[in-house]
Structure formats: structure tokens, C-alpha cells
Design a protein around this ligand. Structure first.
Ligand code: G3P
Length: 218
């Protein structure tokens, strides 16, 4: 399973990239606004900080402008994935950009039927939003299961299931159990995956016992 981080904070991204375990980055207009930075400047920096795909989202809603924006964003770096909303114009843009060899991440997916449309439009990634469904008492993880099962019936679909709007480590484990390709994870949740109190307790005991031996490895 690939791990992307869902942020436009370059400091967090660099720290996570340093672990060697970060496979990509997703941003959206809200995350860009939160960063308080210039869109092109921040996306350029992120695309240089990580090797994997970096999602940058269009801001228009009509096909012609979305296509022009998508082409401009794709020109920033080879690892840009243009993010478009799951609308009629968004999918038309997806089809045009993917036909040009540009990676496209189709976002704001809330149904398996929408995910089928995105795959047919040649999306590299489909982003179903788990947390926002759970927030309205619907079954976010059920949607991931549905999409994984449907895509498995059609081996010609190359679209990767990118689980978005993740709220907790549990969402990640359940997505992995279902065979989702990618999870895009808020930085704090990603860091929390490394932690376990028994790891800390066990390490403290090993270090204390090692000290008693009086030996050193180097
Ligand atoms: O970037 C898309 C998605 O991950 C947003 O998540 O937490 O705003 O629902 P959230």
C-alpha cells in the first residue's frame, strides 16, 4: 500500500519524506489556503521534495478553463497529478488530460458508480472521501470496499483507489485489508502509525539491560 500525505505544509512533507516511507502528496484548495502560500511556489517546492505523485487541484468548473489550468499545473513538474472534481466537466477534463499522458486524480468521489466513471475517463487515481461520509452517518469504508470489489472485476481498469478524507489509523488498516492502492493521510495520523506504548516500554528495557553488559557495538 502506498502512503501519501494530505497537506501543503512543506516542513511536514520534508520531515515525512526523510523517513523514506512517503510515496506522494495530495493537496486541495483548502490545504493551499491553510498554508497561506502562493499556489505555484508551494506546489513547485513539494514536487521537488518528493519523487512520487503530487496532486494539484484545478480551481475552475468549466471544461475549457479546467483543461487550460490542468495543462499549466502539469507543466510544473513530471510528478504532478492534476486533481479534478468528479463532475461532468471534470471527467471530460480527466479524459483529455489522461489522453495527453498526464496523471489525473479525480476527487470528491462519494459513490461506486462515480468511481466507475472515473476509471472509464482514464483517471490514474480515484479519491473516495471516507471521513466526510462517516461525518454524515454513512459508511465511508463500505464505499472503499465497493470500489475495490468493482474494480477487481475489470482488470483493464488501471485507476488506483486512493482513500481520502482519512480521520484515524483504523481507516488506514481497514483500507489495506480491502486492498486499496493508496491512502492519503493527514500528517498527525501518519506519524501516529509509528507509535505503540509497548514498543517504547520494550525499548527502554532493552536499553537498560544492554547498559548492564558494559559492551558497545561500535
Ligand atoms: O484532500 C482530500 C481529502 O483528503 C480531504 O479530507 O479531512 O478535508 O475531509 P477532509
Amino acid at each position: 500500500m502506498k502512503f501519501f500525505v494530505d497537506t501543503a505544509d512543506i516542513g511536514e512533507i520534508r520531515e515525512l519524506a526523510d523517513t523514506g516511507l512517503l510515496d506522494g502528496v495530495t493537496t486541495n484548495p483548502s490545504l493551499i489556503a491553510k498554508s497561506g502560500r502562493d499556489f505555484f511556489e508551494v506546489i513547485t517546492e513539494i514536487s521537488q521534495a518528493v519523487e512520487g505523485p503530487v496532486s494539484a487541484e484545478v480551481a475552475a468548473t468549466d471544461f475549457d478553463t479546467m483543461l487550460a489550468e490542468g495543462r499549466k499545473l502539469a507543466g510544473i513538474a513530471d510528478n504532478i497529478a492534476v486533481k479534478v472534481p468528479l463532475t461532468r466537466a471534470g471527467l471530460k477534463t480527466c479524459k483529455a488530460l489522461s489522453g495527453d499522458g498526464v496523471k489525473v486524480n479525480v476527487t470528491l468521489c462519494f459513490s461506486a458508480n462515480q468511481a466507475i466513471l472515473a476509471a472509464k475517463a482514464g483517471a490514474s487515481f480515484i479519491s473516495p472521501f471516507v471521513g466526510r461520509l462517516d461525518d454524515i452517518a454513512m459508511d465511508g469504508m463500505g464505499l472503499i470496499e465497493d470500489i475495490c470489489n468493482v474494480y477487481a472485476n475489470y482488470p483493464k481498469f488501471t485507476t488506483e483507489v486512493l482513500v481520502a478524507s482519512i480521520r484515524s489509523p483504523k481507516d488506514i488498516l481497514e483500507s489495506a485489508r480491502m486492498g486499496a492502492d493508496v491512502a492519503t493521510i493527514p500528517p498527525n495520523v501518519l506519524w501516529s502509525l509509528f507509535e505503540h506504548p509497548l514498543t517504547d516500554k520494550g525499548l527502554a528495557a532493552f536499553l537498560s539491560d544492554w547498559k548492564k553488559t558494559g559492551q558497545s557495538i561500535l
